[in-house]
Structures are given as C-alpha cells and as structure tokens.
Design a protein around this ligand. Structure first.
Ligand code: PSU
Ligand code: MN
Length: 304
C-alpha cells in the first residue's frame, strides 16, 4: 500500500486539490535532461506561467532528497535545471531514489505514477517515450505506466526518434485511447503528421473531458492520450528533420549510446544538426501543450 506521507505537496498544489480546482502536472526530465541550458530553466518557468494564465495550478513533479515533490519552488527548479548530478528517474529507479535520498527528475512514467497518487487528473508533456527503433527491444517505461494510470496526458505524440508505428500499436494493444486535438492524425512530435490515425478527434477541451469522464465511468484504468500537433509556425521542415534524425541515429549506434542516455542524446544531436529548429519546435509544443492541458483541467474540475 502506498503511504501518502511520502508525498510532499506544495501549499499551492495542496490547496488547489483540496478545493477541487484545476491542477496540471508537469514532468521534470524534460528540464534536467531534455532541453539544453539556459532554455531548460526558462521553459520550466514559462510552462508554469502558461498553466497559471490558463486558470489552473501547475504541479511540476520531481524527487528532491528522496521526497516525492509535487509543486516545486523556484530554487528547486533551478537545481534541476543547473546541477549535473540530477538523476533521470524511470519508475524502476523510484525506490532507489527514495532509499538513497537522491535528487532526480521524473520521466513521464514516474510523473504519471506520482501525479495519480496525488489525485491529479491532467498531465502535460512534450513527447512520450515509446518503442525505440532498432533490433534490440527498448521500450520506454512510459508505455506500461500509461496503460495502468487513468490520467489525461497531453502531448505531441511520441518522440520522433522512436518507432512511431510500433509505439502506436503498443498503445492500442494495451488499451490506451489516443485522441487527436483538432487533428485526425497522430502528430510526430516536431512535425504535425505521422500517417498514423488517432482513435477519435476532439475539437475542444469539453470534448476531451467527456472522453476522460467516459473512461472513468467505465472504470478503465488506462490513460487518455491527447495528441496536440506542434504549432504550424514551429513545425520542422520534413527533409531537415529526416536528415538530422538519420545522422543522430547513426551517431548513437556508432557511439554505442543506449539505456537512459539514448533519448537525451538523440534530442540534443538533432537540435545541433537542425540548427536549433527541433529545439524551437520542442519548446513551442511544450508551451502549447501546457496551455491546452490547463483548459482541459478546468473543464474537468468544473464538471466535478
Ligand atoms: N519529451 C520531451 N523531452 C524529453 C522527454 C519527453 O520533449 O526529454 C523525456 C520524458 O521525460 C520521457 C523520457 O519520459 O524523455 C523518455 O525517456 P526514455 O526513452 O529513456 O524512456
Ligand atoms: Mn529505454
């Protein structure tokens, strides 16, 4: 049984949850390992601001000295963004982080786990992890956690470095519904189209809320994935994207990069290769997803 005393809610988040106001969970691996300095700290602060502007309370999640923190202060954000010794915590690492009193950034899997125990209903991120390309089966812990957490997760699909068709199939097999937000195709992270269909289209926060409520009424325990395409003006040119991706995948294979290092390596390499275009897209989609998530969280909180 989970001991709720392990949760460390900020006063702001605790109050919002008690008063049943809208709360949006945000992950911290994107801050510590997904974006370069100084854009990582700027983005972390900006995402919280956007959630507030949307009328919801941001709850950035991380592990600080082994405590499961939901809602961080600015000093904690700075530590995550600037210190090199912050661990990247996948779910398997959580007991280790607790026992060893680590500081760690939470991936989608760990953020989902902690946010749902704090009774948060909506979570915004950039791109989820998934099935990696290549012959060795490398499947992100994000996927099984999505399959067993009844959360509304706002993202721009799975990161393009992954095998998107395989990731799409995995979600289907494990009962994770994918809604396209104002779109009919699963977005491909830095670009708006993947050629893969979503299960349903939702054209408003209210339509998303109805889907989440239907899932809850059925007692189904999997996440609802809400896929929001990167804003058009930040979409990365297809050819540039394909070239920088191919080069980055080659470099990872050549340098034997694997495990938890792989995703950050590929994202950083693509940003360099694309002259920063993928980084600008990543930040734009994170901001947009936070905005959409706040609207959905408000809709859900008003529906009670
Ligand atoms: N989305 C981004 N940048 C990131 C990530 C997602 O725009 O850095 C992170 C998320 O925290 C996700 C993790 O859970 O990458 C997946 O890592 P892996 O493939 O090692 O499971
Ligand atoms: Mn992996």
């Amino acid at each position: 049984m989970f001991d709720p005393h392990l949760l460390n809610l900020s006063l702001e988040v605790e109050t919002a949850l008690r008063e049943r106001r809208a709360v949006v969970a945000l992950e911290s691996t994107v801050i510590a390992h997904g974006l370069p300095r100084p854009q990582n700290l700027e983005t972390a602060r900006r995402l919280e601001e956007i959630v507030r502007e949307g009328g919801a309370t941001p709850a950035t999640i991380a592990v600080i000295k082994g405590r499961l923190c939901v809602g961080l202060n600015d000093g904690q954000l700075v530590r995550l963004a600037e210190d090199k010794d912050v661990h990247k915590l996948s779910l398997r690492d959580l007991p280790i982080a607790l026992a060893r009193k680590w500081d760690g950034a939470t991936t989608v899997s760990t953020t989902l786990w902690i946010a749902s125990r704090a009774r948060i209903q909506v979570f915004a991120t950039g791109g989820i992890g998934g099935v990696h390309r290549g012959s060795l089966p490398d499947v992100s812990a994000d996927l099984p956690e999505l399959a067993r957490t009844p959360m509304t997760v706002v993202c721009s699909g799975a990161k393009i470095v992954l095998d998107l068709p395989a990731t799409r199939e995995w979600l289907e097999t494990h009962g994770v519904a994918v809604a396209g937000y104002e779109c009919d195709e699963l977005p491909a992270f830095y670009t708006r189209r993947s050629g893969l269909a979503v299960d349903v289209r939702a054209d408003s926060p209210a339509e998303v809320a109805q889907l989440a409520q239907a899932r809850d009424a059925l007692g189904i325990e999997s996440a609802l994935l809400v896929a929001v395409p990167v804003p058009r003006e930040f979409e990365v040119d297809e050819d540039l994207m394909r070239a920088s991706l191919a080069e980055s995948l080659d470099a990872a294979a050549r340098e034997h990069v694997g495990g938890r290092e792989l995703t950050p390596f590929l994202l950083a390499r693509m940003s360099t290769r694309s002259g920063g275009a993928t980084l600008r897209a990543n930040i734009a989609l994170l901001e947009n997803n936070a905005r959409v998530a706040a609207l959905i969280a408000r809709e859900l909180s008003e529906a009670g």
